[in-house]
Design a protein around this ligand. Structure first.
Ligand SMILES: Cc1ncc(COP(=O)(O)O)c(C=O)c1O
Length: 423
């Protein structure tokens, strides 16, 4: 491999995608580290890189029309409001939401889930009520529900997973006999990569009378998502994992649910009328967007949604599936490596692993010398790591700009790690 910029042979299975052209849209991919090594970014599940159309959209806001939204009656403020609301329409289109006003802009998936727990949850969950989660949830889709049931004296139940990292649907079915009020699960696991059968899980939950929240943080950036087809009630995701700036994200929920939910944060912009002792709330979604939002970040999220739709989410999914399959094949060749999660057909572009007797932090540190970025730790899924009786893993994760040469660099780096630890 050259020590400058990685070459860009597209995978044979992703003929529909010009990955070389896509990589040129990401300025950071032509940078090198302190030792002159090109960036091998394999940590997209933590946060994605940002393409030029997103960078330029944010820059244009700051340079050309920096102003507040929904207030100013002058040209640049009207432009800011127009582009902020246009971003909402782009995000709605990306996930096929019935209408843009069912998209609430939030800072990230964590905030979206906390919003639901603190509004719908506090109103509807009471003493003895059950919420069903799974063992593979990110802390963002676990801790808010812990707080809620502690406050309300409710219960949490968990769908267990198999050794291959797949949900046990027979246990799920049995848990639904408890008549939970809510079922909340991730669309795709950020550690195992497992893609859950969200439509089937949703249908089963609805048949048992529960509402469904889906944590789409790892799915919305990587595959076609159609909230109407899935049929869920709430869908949460972060912008920064889908090529958009940090500070952007969205919660989708049905209009009827959003209208019936009390506000989350209170203050400016979320009200229609304020009197000294009472107020009336704004229409949705603004009822949930108190104070000045991260305007340029959400405009950037709109640009990211448009960028992804131009590539085509089917193409993104096909590319990342091929990347995961290639990574699994190559990593399996390393003696003693422990790989977690299901086969490539059931997973997205995430591969967590351990090398025998070597802590993942050491793995990540040595790889860093070669410009290779992987995540090491519990990835905010401590209970899931406990399930496998481990405290940490190293994780490589992919995005639409990832290339097989980066997997080759990773496997070469891991062989080097093994060599260093063998002496
Ligand atoms: C599955 C999943 N859910 C939720 C989150 C939380 O995302 P954020 O930190 O952007 O709120 C993450 C982040 O890694 C995730 O992977």
């Amino acid at each position: 491999m050259a020590d400058t910029v990685l070459s860009t042979n597209a995978l044979p299975t992703t003929a529909g995608l010009d990955v070389a052209a896509i990589r040129r849209d990401f300025p950071i991919l032509s940078t090198v580290n302190r030792l002159g090594k090109p960036l091998v970014y394999l940590d997209s599940a933590a946060t994605s890189l940002k393409p030029l159309p997103v960078i330029e959209a944010v820059d244009a806001y700051n340079r050309e029309y920096s102003s507040n939204i929904h207030r100013g009656i002058y040209e640049i403020a009207e432009k800011a409001t127009g582009l902020y609301e246009a971003a909402r329409a782009s995000v709605a289109k990306l996930i096929n939401a019935p209408e843009p006003n069912e998209i609430v802009f939030v800072r990230n998936a964590t905030e979206a889930i906390n919003l639901v727990a603190n509004t719908w949850g506090r109103k509807h969950i009471g003493r003895g009520d059950t919420i069903v989660l799974t063992e593979m949830e990110h802390h963002a889709n676990l801790v808010p529900w812990q707080l809620l049931v502690q406050e309300k004296d409710g219960d949490l139940e968990f769908v267990p997973i198999t050794d291959d990292g797949v949900l046990m649907l027979d246990v799920y079915e049995a848990l639904l006999h408890l008549r939970p009020k809510l079922v909340a699960f991730t669309h795709m696991s950020n550690m195992l990569g497992t893609i859950n059968p969200v439509r089937e899980l949703t249908e089963m939950a609805h048949a048992a009378g529960a509402l469904v929240l889906i944590d789409g943080a790892q799915a919305a950036p990587h595959m076609p998502v159609d909230v109407q087809e899935i049929g869920a009630d709430f869908y949460a995701f972060s912008g920064h994992k889908m090529l958009a700036p940090t500070g952007s994200g969205a919660l989708w929920a049905r209009r009827s649910l959003l209208e019936a939910m009390p506000p989350f944060m209170a203050g400016g912009d979320m009200i229609r009328e304020v009197h000294l002792r009472r107020s009336e709330w704004n229409e949705i979604p603004w009822k949930f967007e108190a104070g000045t939002p991260d305007i340029s970040a959400e405009i950037g999220l709109g640009a990211a949604a448009e960028y992804l739709m131009k590539i085509g989410m089917d193409n993104v999914r096909a590319h990342e599936h091929a990347m995961a399959a290639y990574a699994l094949e190559k990593l399996r060749e390393i003696p003693g490596i422990e790989l977690y999660g299901p086969s490539a057909d059931q997973r997205g572009g995430v591969v967590a692993f351990n090398l025998p007797g070597i802590h993942p932090h050491d793995v990540a540190q040595i790889l860093d010398r070669s410009g290779i970025c992987v995540r090491a730790g519990h990835h905010c899924t401590m209970p899931l790591h406990e399930r496998f009786d481990i405290s940490a893993t190293a994780r490589a994760s992919f995005n639409v700009y990832s290339i097989p040469e980066e997997v080759d660099a990773l496997t070469a780096g891991l062989r080097e790690v093994v060599r260093i630890f063998a002496v």
